[in-house]
Design a protein around this ligand. Structure first.
Ligand SMILES: Cc1ncc(C[n+]2csc(CCOP(=O)(O)OP(=O)(O)O)c2C)c(N)n1
Ligand SMILES: [Mg+2]
Length: 910
């Protein structure tokens, strides 16, 4: 197309666009429109907003009945949800609260500036808390409930992670942290300790409760926490009705799928104990969140559409007067048409620019502000910086008991108060330094009593204990039940059933052709019925109950549903019918591993939030655990959650038909990286019971803050009787399961197997004995990772205590004197067994399932990945040949005899 043609086409398109816009805006009968609007005004005045809403709904329904589809507009005008006339009086001392907030701002900033002055590049954020100081301070002075006298009555608060300096700063004023603590922000290894970068209960166990800084985890965990609180109440475990759940998050954070992905559940479950506060400073790290749009409007539509109450706090009270004067609606129109990128620009610009570019679009608006000086225009605040507007929003949110969760969308300025140093600038997020001039300006703006000489050092400032400020803030917190956040460090323990009490169950599982998944589910059922701990059990499953054979639990224990069961289930005639109940025990979460894990985290920390040990038992497709939701497991470890993760249908070759995206051969490798996770790959039913009973004891009776991760497989095979005295080995990670002796053996080899693969390993000794006169020992290795951890700890101790008697690790002890070679076969990647290499007293050769999975029979897959009995035999012979005990020809003969295709593709690359 020629240039002139392109230009002409563009012109036509522009014309058509404008025409369309004009047609949409055209009012063909202004008098009629006015009549309708006057009627609305009349009803509003005489009968109130509820009646107006009712009438609008009637009109909409009537129109829809006639086939008239109105635009599905779920957003309201770009103004505050609470009009001035509905704004409640502010109950606090405005001036005093302002002074407190200013000091909190100062110390939060100083903490970061000082940390970075000291060097070491420890980083930190100033501008996020600068934008949300009012949001937190109003909540601290008026709304957040502390833990109260019994220590377990407080609100749950998910603080926006990188606003942490603000929380530390307040804790400093409240006398909970010292100046030295602030000085060591992000210097946790300093003498006397320091403050963690972000909320990490692992690092500050008496302070933080919930890790949030991995964007999106706070919001989804908050939703499931709110639902879990209802679950606790509905099941009669605890009256949680006074405990709200708050999630403070960023507008940029809303791009994470986890943030918005579960909001439907919150509405469906009628969680009116849940409040989201979204700090809409219009910026994220690199720049505007929605430069060409409006994040507040977008979020309003999304949340409203999902059934939430939406409270917008867009404008500060400076705007009230203008809005009242603007009877034409033009100001609201203008507010609505400016995009966020432009609002951000106004922040850094002089009043004259705002007059020209914001009000100047319409002459009527210019007139509206003709008596306003440029300076006044510049200072007009956004809603999230106005304490009275924020107070009104929180009050409404906490009092609205309409069965809906509430989101507050507060418009703020990123880096508020930082001036040139970053207010509203695209670079604000990473700003960690302030020069002397900027500090001086900040000090003056917020009236901090620090001298000009001192200010360049950014010293901390704390008013005396008997000052009005300190007295006020302490009084407020005392009245609200104590400081937040706060986490107890002494926890309730409970008596759990002993292994001996469950030997009967073990007996029932012996000599049966079952899978380990079946064994674990039977154990779970027994535990749910257990009189000591039954009601503390929280079975969690993401729509896989039938896969794991758990449907029998539906009727016995019920599926939790706050609403109960409002229908007659289609399978009501069957004993395993789909029973939903208000006091149901099972959390059947639907297809959401992230939601299920969030429930795990809520249940797994009930001991510290509610003072009650709940025992989450989350059973899922193992491939969709650590791989898919590893970050939530990491959060679980951070928040010291306790419970059982059951990776079912595990094993790259054991889950045979499902193919590449299902076959897990590496979650145990992932799990190595999680220090609080103790992972196991049991082969036999009795092993699963021993591990579970040990986990119960360690976590709930002894109070250890850890997670037990068990692989469960779906291959049925015969489960033997429990050999005597193997309990300790099962827990520590390995025990000798069987020995095969021969007369005058050529060699004695050690064979390791785990999970379903152990069965193949157990077949090798016959072949080795009968055909090659080789004796062997077969070991069930229940946990390579536990063995490695213990051995590593011993080595470390020995390294640091060179003159003392060296410690001997369990693996060194049990393998002491064992003859090699040592051959391991696993349904997981080779790196898992290879963890033990340094401690194996001889030649160690590992077979594993590295490579992409695929569907076929178990037999074919085990040959493909070279983890079957024949592979173990060939590997053993090959190592014996290497050691000079056998001839290479013997190995070749075996390969031929076993019909093994030596030229088949390497599974690693296949
Ligand atoms: C999962 C994840 N991805 C990326 C980051 C890095 N990060 C930290 S803060 C931030 C920007 C946050 O923007 P917003 O949510 O709007 O918060 P604000 O600081 O503006 O209040 C990013 C990308 C992170 N912490 N977590
Ligand atoms: Mg932001």
């Amino acid at each position: 197309m020629s240039e002139s043609k392109i230009a002409a086409q563009a012109e036509v398109e522009q014309f058509l666009g404008e025409l369309e816009q004009r047609t949409a805006d055209i009012d063909i009968d202004a008098a009629e429109t006015q009549e309708w609007l006057s009627s609305l005004d009349y009803v509003l005045k005489s009968k109130g907003p509820e009646r107006v809403r009712f009438l609008i709904e009637q009109l909409r329904d009537r129109a829809a009945g006639e086939g008239i589809q109105s635009a599905e507009d779920t957003s309201t005008p770009y103004i505050n949800t609470i009009p001035l006339q509905d704004q409640p009086p502010f109950p606090g001392n405005r001036e005093l609260e302002r002074r407190i907030k200013s000091i909190v701002r100062w110390n939060a900033m100083a903490m970061v500036v000082r940390a970075n002055k000291r060097g070491g590049g420890v980083g930190g954020h100033i501008s996020t808390f600068a934008s949300s100081a009012t949001l937190y301070e109003i909540a601290c002075n008026h709304f957040f409930r502390g833990r109260g006298e019994d220590g377990y009555a407080g609100d749950t608060i998910f603080f926006q992670g990188h606003a942490s300096p603000g929380m530390y700063s307040r804790a400093y004023l409240e006398g909970r942290l010292t100046e030295n603590d602030l000085e060591n922000f992000r210097r946790e290894l300093s003498p006397g300790g320091g403050l963690s970068s972000y909320p990490h209960p692992w690092l500050m166990p008496n302070f933080w409760e919930y890790p949030t800084v991995s964007m999106g985890l706070g919001p989804i965990m908050a939703i499931y926490q709110a639902r879990f609180n209802e679950y606790m109440r509905d099941r009669g475990m605890k009256d949680t009705s006074g405990q709200r759940v708050w999630a403070f998050l960023g507008d940029g954070e809303c791009d994470e799928p986890e943030t918005l992905g579960a909001i439907g559940l919150a509405a469906r479950e009628k969680l009116d104990n849940l409040i989201f506060v979204i700090n809409c400073n219009l910026q994220r790290l690199d720049g505007p969140v929605r430069g060409n749009g409006k994040i507040i409007q977008e979020l309003e539509s999304i949340f409203r559409g999902a059934g939430w109450n939406v409270i917008k706090v867009v404008w500060g009270n400076d705007w009230d007067h203008l809005l009242a004067k603007d009877t034409s609606g033009l100001l609201v129109k203008r507010m609505g048409e400016v995009v966020d990128g432009q609002y951000q620009k106004y922040t850094g610009m002089p009043g004259s620019y705002i007059r020209e570019h914001f009000f100047g679009k319409y002459p009527e608006l210019l007139k509206l502000v003709e008596n306003y000086s440029d300076e006044r225009l510049e200072k007009m605040r956004r809603g999230g910086h106005d304490p009275e507007k924020v107070y009104a929003a929180y009050k409404m949110a906490t009092e609205l008991k309409n069965g809906k969760p509430t989101v507050i969308l507060a418009k703020t300025v990123k880096g508020y108060g930082l001036g040139e140093a970053g207010e509203g600038r695209n670079v604000a997020h990473n700003q960690k330094k302030m020069n002397e001039e900027e500090l001086l300006e900040f000090r003056t703006r917020f009236g901090i009593p620090i001298s000009d000489e001192e200010v360049g050092k950014a010293p901390f400032y704390k008013p005396p204990e008997n000052s009005q400020e300190i007295k006020y803030l302490k009084e407020r917190r005392a009245e609200l039940g104590g400081s937040v956040p706060s986490r107890p460090t002494v926890h309730p323990t409970m008596e759990v059933p002993s292994l001996d009490e469950y030997r009967k169950l073990i007996g029932k599982l012996e000599n049966k052709n079952i899978s380990t998944t079946f064994a674990v589910v039977q154990t779970l059922i027994a535990l749910c019925r257990d009189k000591k701990i039954g009601k503390h059990m929280v079975p969690i499953v993401p729509d896989e109950s039938r896969t794991f054979g758990m449907e029998g639990m539906f009727r016995q224990f019920g599926i939790y549903a706050h609403a109960g069961q409002l229908y007659e289930p289609v399978d009501s005639e069957q004993i395993t019918y789909y029973k939903e109940a208000q006091d149901g025990q099972i959390l059947e979460e639907g297809i959401t591993e992230a939601g299920s894990m969030s429930s795990f985290n809520a249940a797994g920390t009930a001991y510290s939030l509610h003072g009650i040990n709940m025992i989450p038992f989350f059973i899922y497709y193992s491939m969709f655990g650590f791989q898919r939701i590893g970050d939530l497991v990491w959060a679980a470890a951070d928040m010291r959650a306790k419970g059982f993760l059951i990776g079912a249908t595990a094993g790259r070759t054991t889950l045979n038909g499902e193919g590449l995206q299902h076959q897990d051969g590496h979650s145990l490798l992932n799990a190595i990286a999680f220090p609080t996770v103790r992972s196991y790959d049991p082969a036999f039913a009795y092993e699963t019971v021993v591990i579970i009973m040990e986990g119960l004891k360690r976590m709930y009776q002894d109070g250890e803050e850890c997670i037990y991760y068990l692989m469960c497989e779906n291959e049925p095979y015969d489960h033997p009787e429990m050999p005597e005295g193997c309990e300790d080995g099962i827990i520590k990670g390995m025990y000798r399961y069987r020995s095969r002796d021969v007369e005058n053996p050529k060699a004695r080899v050690q064979l390791f197997g785990s999970g379903a693969i152990l069965n193949g390993v157990l077949k090798a000794p016959e072949m080795l004995a009968e055909q090659f006169n080789i004796a062997s020992d077969v070991w069930s290795v229940t946990s390579y990772t536990q063995l490695r951890r213990e051995a590593g700890a011993c080595d470390r101790w020995n390294m640091l205590h060179p003159t003392e008697t060296p410690k001997k690790s369990y693996i060194e002890e049990v393998l002491d004197g064992a003859e090699g070679p040592f051959i391991a076969a696993s349904d997981y990647v080779r790196a898992l067994p290879e963890q033990l290499t340094p401690w194996i007293p001889g030649d160690y050769f590992v077979l594993g399932t590295d490579g992409m999975g695929r569907s076929d029979t178990r037999e074919s897959l085990r040959r493909h990945f070279e983890v079957d009995a024949e592979s173990v035999t060939i590997a053993t012979l090959s190592r014996l040949a290497k050691a000079g005990v056998m001839e290479p020809k013997d190995v070749q003969d075996a390969i031929n005899q076993l019909g093994y295709d030596a030229e088949k593709p390497d599974p690693y690359f296949a």
